[in-house]
Design a protein around this ligand. Sequence first.
Ligand code: MG
Length: 291
Amino acid sequence: MGTDPKHRADCARSFSISTGLGASCRSRGRLSGVRIARYTAGGEPRYGIVQGEKDAERVMEISGDPLFTGVSATGISHALADVRLLAPVIPRSKVVGIGANYAAHVEEMGGEVPATPIIFLKPNTSVCGPGDPIVLPPWSGEVQHEAELAIVLSRLCKDVPPERAEEVILGYTVANDVSARDAQRAEPQWVRAKGFDTACPLGPWIETELDTSCAPVRCWVDGELRQDGTTADMVRGVSDLVAFVSSCFTLLPGDVILTGTPAGVGPLDVGNEVSCEVGGIGMLSNPVVRR
Ligand code: MG
């Protein structure tokens, strides 16, 4: 797009962005190439940067909010093993789900890849974090896992062209788009099937740099590999999804887009441990309970 001032002005008109901060503030303390975690060390939730080798990681506490302010290191750190990770983001407005974005999954569900992406909402009350129990709702007897790459938005935006999608993405995390399949089949609106409490585990953290063109997407239930896909098989990639979703809704900082699930979805039962992984991000594990 170059640096031509007129072109930039045209882009600004067609692609409205505001964070409530000036451009200089947005760049100050901007996080890139890091893993942003939300955690508790026994007190209030904090943000931190996860660093170090696998199984020896540490969380470096940061002050501020990666979505709304600049951030800075506080000098406090913890062993990752000593903190409890929380959902890395609690969307203030919405989680947007994309259905039927992997052809093999569409086939296993007995449908066809739609000409227009299938889109649905999960309320922010459905979000839970790593290790939190997925609570099977009493009205469903057929709850399934869906491992997915999740996009975390950084800025208020609308009508984002695909070539500028990167500018509105804070990073990526792992999602389990937990779905009550019986309710999904029975009702034209998927809001109950996909929006019940704990139906949206997110974590373990936000990875700000990821090659989304070919990231493995996997799911295990009690150690059995159920889903083994790759984002290379997405019908529509990250940039096109941001463009499409932002043509439907104004997106806010902290909104999340779930990019669809590969083939291999299957049942979750009481006592299961379900683990979803996106290569380059990490693993999100949750026990399954019924209350
Ligand atoms: Mg899904």
